[in-house]
Design a protein around this ligand. Sequence first.
Ligand code: AVI
Length: 318
Amino acid sequence: MPTLPQNDFGRAHASADVLAELGESLSARDAAISPKFLYDALGCKLFESICELAEYYPTRTEASIFARHGADIARAIGAGSAMLDLGAGNCAKAASLFSLLHPSQYVAIDISHDFLRESVERLHQRFPHIEMNLLSQDFSNGLALPAFVRKERRLFFYPGSSIGNFTPEQATLFLRRARAQCDADGALLIGIDLVKDSAVLDAAYDDALGVTAAFNLNVLRHVNHLAGADFDVRQWRHRGFFNAADSRVEMHLEAREDLTVNWQGGTRRFARGQSIHTENSYKYKQSAAVGLLEQAGFQTMNVWTDPDAWFAVIYARA
Ligand code: AVI
């Protein structure tokens, strides 16, 4: 196994910060759990399964854009970037572009340490000529890049419309921070999900097999682990639907009965039907997606979409 530089930011310890964050959001008037807690080791595997579902169109639609426009995308970017994969997961999306983009360095960044480590080690065996590093950190509140990350020709790679899991304000701030980590030759390659028929969106986030339900419910097991909570998964029901007014899909967990939940340092009663908000997934019009990147200071954009305009891949220069 190759030895890879790493840190421990993402290990699943119940740090005081994590406990405080969970306690605060569970006690809020509108109870919530941050979507970043969806991704423990099992959550990552469930998300991988979601990506294979017929209903979950984003993964295959984005892949079809890369397959169809790969040569154009590679021409726009050029070879030899330092590719920083934000939310790398199993690293499969970046790996599928290596033969087009020929990065000189690959840095996989994600919150789930063990899953990321296994992914990068596997990848390094397939591509031993590419320098690879992993960085396990929660980058949702800013990105700390150590000295081993090259400064020249940084290419932030942010596929899968993960940007949609931020509010537009948070997304602008996040992208602005990424841009601030680029020299003049830096850039961003991002996938953004576009607004479409609400029936398509509803099905994508509430699939027939119940994989998304399991993914959502699993956050309760993770919170039990992190915060010593006593959530009983069987007492909760998954909800996933498009909120057209706010242009976002929302995921919630709804109490099936009156119940009480305890965690380290807190307790709360939930009445039947009351819910915990676990995720937003914003959907953008193409013009709004470009506007978001401009707001963050990016310029000179190339946009590629699928024939139905369900998803956009955008290359934006710093
Ligand atoms: C990771 N993220 C872009 C996914 C999404 O579509 O918002 C997470 C997800 N939630 C439910 N299904 C997939």
